[in-house]
Every structure is written in C-alpha cells, then in structure tokens.
Design a protein around this ligand. Structure first.
Ligand SMILES: [Ca+2]
Length: 414
C-alpha cells in the first residue's frame, strides 16, 4: 500500500471543529507518521483544546472496539465485509504521536478565541450536551494511541527536530502560529532543521473570516505569523538538500520554507451538510455519531454567517495539501513565492496579509520613512493560489471513513 516510508510530521493545532476533522484525516492517513501533536490556544482556550484532543482520541478507541465486535450483515459477502472491516480497523494505526501542550495566549496581541463559531468549548458545546464524550478524569486520561509529553509544545517541537535528521520533518500549522514562532525564537539553528512548514492562515487579496481583512489564525497572533514570514528571507526553492546540509554543518541558520494556504483558497473545499448526513451520519458508528454531534453546530453557524448548507473545510484541506506537497503532486495546486508580511500594528488591519507586488521594489529607498518596506531584503513565502479539492475527497472520505469518494457529490467550489 505504501510505496515510500510515511512522512514524519508535527501537527500544531487548536481543536476546534475543523481541526478535529483534519486530525482524523491525518491520523488515518498512511502517508503521515505524526511524530507530535502540539496544542495551541485558538478556537478556544488551551484547556478546552486539550480536552477536545483527549476526547477525539478516546472516540477512536471506541470506534476500534465497535469495528472489532461488529458482525457482517446477512446480505453482504463475508469475505468482502472482512476486507472492508480490516481497512476500518487499521486506519488509525499509522501514527502514535507525542502530545504536548503549548501557548495559552498570543506573543503580544490581545487575546482572541474562535468561540463565535466553535462555541465556548471549541466543539459546539458538545461537552454540555453530550458530557459522556470526554473520558472521566480526562486530565489524567491515558491511551495507547498517544503519549503525553513532559515537555511543553515549544520544547517538544525543538526536541523532535533535534532528534531527527535535518530537513526530514514537516510541520503543519492549523492554528495561531505562536508555538512555532516561539520555538524559532528560542533556538533558530535547531528550528531551521525543519523541512517545510505548511500552514492554514491569512486571506490574500480577499476578505477575512474574523474582520474585513483578516483570517482567524493570523489575527489571533499576527506577531507569530510575522516572525515566521520574516524567517523566509533568502529561501530558495531550487536549493538542493545537499547544499542545505553543507550550510547547516557550517552552523548557518537556514531560511525557512514556509507555505501558506490562505482561506480564500481553502474556502472552496466545501462539505455539504446533505452529503455529510447521507454518507457519514448514516454509518452510525461511534466516530460518525461523535462527529455528527459537533459538526451540526458548525453547519448551523455556517448557515447563519454565510447562508450556505455545509462547512468550509479549511484545516482538513491543509492536511490534504500537505500530503500532496510531500508526494510532489504538483498538479493538484498552484502557488507563487512572494514578499509577504502580516500586519501586527494596525487597529483595523490586525492580521492582514500584505504582499509587495510593486515592480522595481528591489531598489533601496532613498528616504528613511520608505525603508519600512524595501524589496532589497524580501521575505520569500510560498502562497497557494489554487487547490484541487478532489485530493480532499480522496483522502478524507475514503481514508477516514472508507466511504467511496466517487459516490460522494462534493464539488471543488460551491
Ligand atoms: Ca484550527
């Protein structure tokens, strides 16, 4: 099934409804070896984020138990049924991550959580309506599926990078970038061992989802986003790994390879509530019942805010994109490298993405006031311009639920 070793990744996340869907996709994907899941404040406070992750893993255990004890329906060929069940039993066996708790607030900006959409508990108040989902004594809950780290997220990220060969670990950022920026600031040399950072964030040449110009992750910690974009100065997509290794041996801090998937692109990856109900809720397993319980809240909120019946799958599409990028499936997306910054001072523009597209901006400005942005020492961030949602359907429906995507009517765009 696997023609290559699974790709080692760290997922930094703030579950969160669409983070939960993204994590289920990542955990069930045989292409990824999830070394660590690091938690950050964001959709809700860090305590709720942690409870949500523990709950999410506990539901996986319940799902596996359910699948083990299930028996074939009379009308179905037992051999075929057994094959299908083994797929469902094995889907969460690819990774056994370390879990580390991280930042509970942004580096400098005023605190902001995504509770308008995700509810106070981050899961649409499921812990109020369905309190049995979180395991009892969840703070001390243990599972064979993950190990709680004694390190905080910042130190765990650095530990994982330090203890893997350089340029092998990819970090996928699904929340505010606070943990990643703090890890970079703490030890730039070790952090520059990272192969690639792929994050969901920003809105480019479009409106935001929390203010007219800002997307939530960049709004929640614009300084963190800016630290990482600044760290891309001098990055060259054509530099070979061998050359990077040579420079690294000379103790150089290498520029980061940072890819940003903005929400104006991921918004096109859309799950309709009708398809979800028809294909996933109807499975009626512990996992599908659990997801249905909190996704209903997201469907209601999306209808309230956007007037459409379904959910934009921002975080899951970042996982699917990461898999495509790791597999070099370059036909599934288009991108460009740009001099990009994130507004971290503005009153109305906090978290806004600004890209320098001026011709001739690489001239050194004569006047001091204009030196605030000169293309002479430009950032070099890769931004995704388009992404083919078929990759999402392949990965999410087939791998997470063993539902044949070709039967599912999800469109790239709505
Ligand atoms: Ca998120």
């Amino acid at each position: 099934m696997v023609s290559h070793s699974p790709f080692p990744v760290i997922i930094d996340t703030d579950p969160g409804i669409d983070d939960a869907l993204a994590l289920y996709l990542a955990l069930s994907s045989y292409q990824l070896d999830i070394k660590a899941i690091t938690l950050v404040f964001g959709n809700t406070e860090i305590t709720h984020v942690t409870r949500n992750l523990v709950t999410l893993f506990d539901v996986i255990d319940k799902e596996i138990e359910y699948q083990k004890s299930a028996s074939p329906p009379k009308q179905i060929d037992p051999q075929q049924w057994n094959k299908e069940r083994n797929i469902l039993l094995n889907r969460f066996e690819w990774s056994n991550p370390i879990v580390a708790i991280g930042a509970d607030k942004p580096i400098k900006a005023a605190e902001c959580f995504g509770i308008n959409f995700h509810g106070l508990d981050g899961f649409g108040q499921i812990h109020m309506t369905h309190p049995h989902y979180a395991p009892e004594n969840w703070e001390n809950f243990k599972s064979d599926r993950y190990t709680m780290s004694s390190r905080n997220a910042v130190d765990e990220i650095l530990y994982q990078l330090q203890n893997s060969p350089p340029f092998t670990i990819t970090i996928i950022g699904l929340g505010p970038l606070t943990n990643l920026a703090l890890a970079y600031e703490k030890d730039k040399y070790t952090f520059s061992r990272v192969k690639h950072i792929i994050c969901l964030g920003g809105s480019i040449d479009s409106f935001g989802n929390v203010t007219p110009c800002a997307e939530f992750n960049f709004f929640a910690d614009p300084d963190a986003a800016n630290i990482l974009t600044e760290a891309t100065k001098g990055y060259s997509p054509s530099e070979t790994v061998q050359s990077k290794v040579e420079r690294f041996k000379r103790k150089e801090i290498l520029p980061l390879y940072l890819t940003v998937l903005p929400i104006n692109v991921s918004t096109n990856i859309f799950l309709s509530s009708a398809d979800f109900t028809k294909y996933i809720t109807s499975l009626n397993t512990p996992l599908s019942i659990f997801i249905s319980a909190f996704i209903d809240h997201a469907f209601k909120k999306t209808q309230e805010f956007c007037g459409v019946h379904g959910l934009e799958l921002h975080d899951p599409s970042a996982i699917a994109l990461a898999i495509d990028m790791l597999l070099n499936n370059s036909q599934s997306y288009t991108s460009e490298f740009v001099d990009m910054k994130v507004e971290n001072q503005g009153i109305y523009t906090r978290g806004m993405v600004i890209i320098d597209r001026r011709p001739g901006s690489n001239e050194e400005p004569i006047q001091e006031a204009l030196k605030i942005w000169s293309g002479v020492n430009a950032n070099n961030v890769e931004v995704i311009k388009s992404y083919n949602g078929k990759s999402f359907v392949d990965n999410f429906f087939k791998i997470t639920f063993n539902v044949n995507y070709s039967e599912v009517n999800i469109e790239n765009g709505k």
